[in-house]
Ligand binder design. Structure first.
Ligand SMILES: Cc1cc2nc3c(=O)[nH]c(=O)nc-3n(C[C@H](O)[C@H](O)[C@H](O)COP(=O)(O)OP(=O)(O)OC[C@H]3O[C@@H](n4cnc5c(N)ncnc54)[C@H](O)[C@@H]3O)c2cc1C
Length: 401
C-alpha cells in the first residue's frame, strides 16, 4: 500500500489550498472563528451561499458525483483532498444534500427523481435538512411515530420532528415517516422529499442560550405531499436510512480530522508563544507529553479516515457500518480531548468565549461546549460502540437494538 499522494494529487491539493486561503480573506468573523454551528447560522449562511456558487462554477461542488448528475466522477482520493482542504480552512459547506440526500436518490430514486432532484443540488440551488429524530425516537429511531398515510396520489403527513439542523434555512427536508402504522418498528417506514413551503408545516426554533439558532422543531399537520416525492419502495425506507446514516457518520471523517489539525496547529502556536511563571508552555514536560499524544492520535484518525474512503471505493458507496462508526467515535472524542487539554493549559481565561482576553478567540471553549452535540448527533457514541461490538467484532446482537 502506498500512502503518498501522486504529483497530480499534490498539485490539486495546492490548487484547493490556495483557493480557500484566498477566499477565507473575505469571510465574516464568525466563519473565521469556526465551530460546529457555523455552516447553519444566519450570519454565515450568506458566505455559505457565496462560496457554494464559486465551487459550482469551478466544478468542485459535487465533483464526486457521476457526470450525468452534474459531477465530474472525481476519484475518491481527489474528493478526500478536496474535503480535507475545505475542512482545514473552515469553509462552511452544507453537506446534507451533497453527501446524504443526493447519494440516496442515486441509489434508490426513480429516473424521474434523479432528473428532477439531483441537478438543483449539483447547482447549489437548494438547501436540505434531515427529518428523522422525534421527541421519543432518537437512538431508537425505528420506533418513530410521524405518519404518512396514502390518500389517492398523495400522502398525508402528521407528527413532530425535533433537533432538525438547518430546517429554518432549508428548502427541503428528507423525511422518514411511518407509511404502515400497523408496523411499530423498522418495517413500515418510507423516505420522502418534502418541500418545506407546503401548507401544514410549522418550523419552530430551538435556540442556544446565547441566542444563536441552528436547530428546530418541525410540526406536520395534514401536510399533503405527492406520491412522486417518495424515495424508494413504500415501507422499505429503513435500509435506505441506514445507508444514509453511514454517509453521515463517515462523511465527515477526513473533514473532522482536518478540522482537528487546524485546531492543533493553533494550540501548538499558543504553547510556543505563551509563558507561565516565566517559562514557555512548551518547556513544561507534561504539555509536551500531551502535545505528542494528541499528534499521534490525530495521525491515527487521518489514516483511519483514508482507510474508510478506500472501503467506500471498493464497496461502491456501500461499506462497513462499523468503519463509519469507528470514525465517528474516534474523531468526535479526539476533539473533546484536544479542547479539554487546551482549556487545562489556558487556565481561567480559556473559559471566556467572547472577550478580548479569550485565548485563540475563544475557539477552544466553543469546541469544548459544542462537541458534546457532535458526540450525540448522527447516532450517539454509545450507539456507535454497540454497532462496532456487533458488526465490527461479531458479538451477538442484543435484543431490542
Ligand atoms: C447537534 C445535534 C444535531 C442534530 N441534528 C439532527 C438533524 O438534523 N436531524 C435529525 O433528525 N436529528 C438530529 N439530531 C438528533 C440526534 O440524531 C439524536 O439526538 C440522537 O440520535 C440521540 O437521540 P436522543 O436525543 O433522542 O437521545 P436518546 O435516544 O434518548 O438517548 C439518551 C441517552 O441514552 C443513550 N442510549 C440510548 N440507547 C442506548 C443503548 N441501546 N445503549 C447504550 N446507550 C443508549 C444514548 O447514547 C444517550 O446518551 C441532532 C442532535 C444533535 C445533538
Amino acid at each position: 500500500m502506498d500512502f503518498h499522494f501522486t504529483a497530480g494529487e499534490l498539485a490539486l491539493k495546492k490548487q484547493y489550498d490556495d483557493f480557500f486561503r484566498e477566499e477565507m480573506k473575505h469571510a465574516p468573523p464568525v466563519v473565521c472563528k469556526g465551530g460546529y454551528e457555523v455552516p447553519y447560522s444566519k450570519e454565515a449562511y450568506q458566505f455559505n451561499r457565496y462560496i457554494r456558487k464559486k465551487l459550482v462554477e469551478k466544478g468542485w461542488y459535487v465533483q464526486g458525483w457521476p457526470k450525468e448528475y452534474g459531477g465530474r466522477d472525481a476519484s475518491l482520493a481527489e474528493q478526500m483532498i478536496f474535503n480535507e482542504s475545505v475542512a482545514y480552512f473552515g469553509i462552511p459547506i452544507d453537506s446534507i444534500a451533497v453527501k446524504m440526500f443526493g447519494p440516496a436518490v442515486m441509489l434508490y430514486g426513480t429516473d424521474e427523481q434523479k432528473k428532477r432532484l439531483l441537478l438543483p443540488i449539483a447547482k447549489g440551488e437548494v438547501q436540505y435538512c434531515q427529518g428523522w429524530t422525534e421527541p421519543n425516537a432518537g437512538s431508537d429511531l425505528a420506533s418513530l411515530k410521524t405518519t404518512a398515510i396514502k390518500d389517492g396520489e398523495y400522502y398525508v403527513i402528521n407528527g413532530q420532528k425535533i433537533w432538525i439542523t438547518a430546517a429554518h434555512i432549508a428548502d427541503h427536508m428528507f423525511l422518514l415517516a411511518r407509511t404502515n402504522p400497523a408496523e411499530k418498528r423498522s418495517r413500515g417506514l418510507s423516505v420522502f422529499n418534502v418541500d418545506l413551503s407546503l401548507p401544514g408545516i410549522e418550523i419552530r426554533p430551538i435556540k442556544y442560550m446565547n441566542g444563536s439558532h441552528v436547530y428546530n422543531e418541525v410540526f406536520f399537520a395534514d401536510c399533503r405531499i405527492h406520491e412522486s416525492e417518495r424515495i424508494g419502495q413504500e415501507n422499505y425506507g429503513w435500509e435506505q436510512t441506514r445507508e444514509t446514516m453511514n454517509f453521515e457518520r463517515s462523511g465527515s471523517g477526513i473533514e473532522r480530522f482536518a478540522g482537528i489539525r487546524r485546531y492543533f496547529e493553533q494550540i501548538l502556536g499558543y504553547v510556543k508563544t505563551t509563558k507561565r511563571n516565566g517559562k514557555y508552555l512548551w518547556e513544561d514536560p507534561l504539555v509536551r507529553q500531551k502535545i505528542g499524544k494528541i499528534y499521534a492520535e490525530m495521525e491515527t484518525g487521518r489514516a483511519l479516515a483514508y482507510k474508510n474512503a478506500w472501503l467506500q471505493q471498493v464497496g461502491n458507496l456501500r461499506f462497513s457500518p462499523a468503519a463509519a462508526s469507528e470514525l465517528k467515535v474516534y474523531g468526535t472524542e479526539l476533539i473533546q480531548r484536544l479542547s479539554n487539554f487546551s482549556l487545562e493549559i489556558m487556565g481561567f481565561q480559556g473559559n471566556i468565549e467572547e472577550s478580548q482576553w479569550s485565548p485563540l478567540n475563544g475557539i477552544m471553549i466553543d469546541n469544548y461546549q459544542s462537541i458534546i452535540g457532535s458526540i450525540i448527533c448522527a447516532g450517539s457514541n454509545e450507539i456507535q460502540r454497540n454497532i462496532i461490538a456487533w458488526v465490527g467484532c461479531g458479538l451477538p446482537r442484543l435484543k431490542g437494538q
